[in-house]
Design a protein around this ligand. Structure first.
Ligand code: FAD
Length: 451
């Protein structure tokens, strides 16, 4: 583990690989987030209008609850009238709809909801079991593996926790019934890339039990895991906010070593590089795996709860548990990747990032260390960084998309998180698709920015 900290990053190779990926993405496509259309226009446009963007996102988040023409009218007015930064077309439409009263609102409401749902569909693989299974098969035909995530977090009751488990069990039954129709990606055999199960699901511990109760989380995750093992699949445990971190590590260790599950190696844990504690947590996990004599799998991410972790720490008057300089998180991501890759005999790595520098650092470090290809894969979120996904597919092949399934009501909160991520100033997505962005800046070593 120590050696990981000392390794010099193969920067020239990272730069060369990064330029190759940027080339594949193509300068023409770098004029926007994706393939164009009104959804990309809205994202690009909202980035230029920060205050309006916040109102727009809060409007979209509140849409599912505004289910009468009156509630919809009040939401529209509150969001877009009296603010002169809204585009004139939007202001006229709002005024017209409000002026014509419930008739106008009745006309406008379903149109707006449809548009919002269309936007959510960009990030959600399906709302029904049949549609989800069909769309996952379609993704596989394009060469992408998947990990399926049922939308939902923070169970408020046992009923919700149970419902979350049942949804997985039903989806797994449907996937099990069709998985033999899919041939393995690249290798053509039963497994993807020669080593990875075709069925792969991700779960959120907070959705399993009220208040993160560990023994309930273990029982419910165990039910899902048992089914996954029966199908020869893979289960990943997502990492959420800091208050659940230790319980999530413990859940992973218990599942991985419980006799009932045999020595099934396809169990993964997400680890967040933005947490200052991660370096030692990860070292502890790798040491534990060696001592136990088990193989483990880590999905390395930067962390999705940065704003709330900082706000919660500020409210307590404490130092944030996360880095507050973006380059620190990026550099910690690279150090953690090195640590895992140096232990590739016992730890499989899933590199989950849309950042070309971070992805290339993993690709080139793995190559420099002689890590076998099947010990490392790349993951992106469905609907995000699509051009990077396709470029990676050509360049590295082993690409898995994180695909949420669920209904639109739960999906709206998820959609807003994705929109915020797409349009935040710190986000690499915003910079990678800026035609004026300098490749040297995009691919710069984060560690060198810290001095
Ligand atoms: C397949 C997949 C699965 C994921 N699963 C999880 C999961 O289980 N748990 C989870 O928490 N997240 C998860 N994420 C989300 C992930 O943590 C990131 O939020 C997201 O991928 C953006 O990081 P990036 O490397 O793609 O982009 P970048 O733009 O390079 O990084 C953005 C990230 O940098 C960090 N950051 C932003 N501003 C600052 C700052 N001022 N100081 C320090 N750090 C900062 C934040 O973590 C932010 O998300 C997943 C992502 C993917 C692709």
């Amino acid at each position: 583990m120590e050696a990981g900290v000392n390794m010099t990053m193969p920067d020239e190779q990272i730069l060369a690989r990064g330029r190759e990926l940027l080339e594949l993405i193509g300068s023409a496509s770098r004029s926007g987030f994706g393939r164009g259309g009104w959804r990309d226009w809205l994202l690009n446009w909202s980035m230029r209008h920060e205050r309006l963007k916040r109102r727009m996102f809060s409007f979209i988040a509140s849409l599912p609850r505004a289910d009468t023409p009156q509630a919809f009218g009040a939401l529209l007015k509150g969001s877009f009238t009296g603010h002169d930064d809204a585009p004139w077309l939007l202001r006229v439409a709002v005024q017209l709809a409000c002026f014509t009263g419930s008739f106008g609102l009745r006309m406008l409401q379903p149109m707006v909801r449809r548009r919002a749902e269309e936007m959510a569909r960009r990030f959600i693989i399906g709302s029904t079991q049949a549609r989800t299974v069909e769309n996952l098969a379609r993704l596989r035909r394009r060469g992408f593996a998947f990990t399926l995530d049922v939308l939902g977090e923070s169970a408020r009751s046992d009923v919700e926790g149970e419902r979350y488990v049942r949804t997985y069990l039903r989806l797994l039954d449907s996937l099990g019934a069709v998985q033999n129709d899919w041939s393995g990606l690249v290798s053509g055999g039963q497994l993807d890339w020669g080593a990875a199960p075709r069925i792969n699901v991700s779960i959120k511990p907070s959705a399993l039990a009220v208040d993160g109760d560990l023994s309930t989380m273990f029982d419910r995750a165990g039910e899902i895991y048992q089914k996954v093992i029966g199908l020869g699949g893979y289960l990943c445990i997502d990492m959420e906010s800091l208050d659940l971190k230790d319980a999530t590590y413990e859940l992973y260790r218990r599942l991985r070593t419980d006799k009932r599950f045999g020595d099934w190696p396809h169990l993964g844990l997400a680890v967040q590089s933005y947490l200052r504690a991660t370096e030692s947590d990860l070292a502890g996990l790798l040491d534990w795996a060696r001592t136990q004599g088990v193989c483990i799998s880590v999905r390395l991410v930067k962390g999705a709860y940065w704003d709330s972790e900082v706000a919660a720490a500020e409210a307590r008057g404490a130092q944030p548990p996360v880095y507050t300089v973006k380059a620190d998180t990026d550099a910690a991501f690279e150090r953690a990747a090195v640590a895992i890759l140096q232990n590739s005999d016992i730890c499989h790595l899933a590199c989950a990032s849309h950042n070309i520098r971070s992805v290339c650092a993993v690709l080139e470090t793995a190559r420099a260390l002689g890590v076998p290809e099947n010990r490392c894969e790349f993951q992106l979120i469905y609907g995000m960084a699509e051009l990077l996904g396709e470029a990676l597919l050509q360049s590295a092949q082993r690409v898995r998309l994180y695909c949420p399934h669920g209904d639109m009501l739960v999906g709206m909160a998820y959609l807003i998180r994705r929109l915020q991520e797409n349009t935040s100033n710190e986000s690499i997505l915003r910079q990678e698709f800026d035609p004026a962005a300098d490749p040297a800046d995009l691919l710069a070593n984060p560690a060198s920015e810290l001095f």
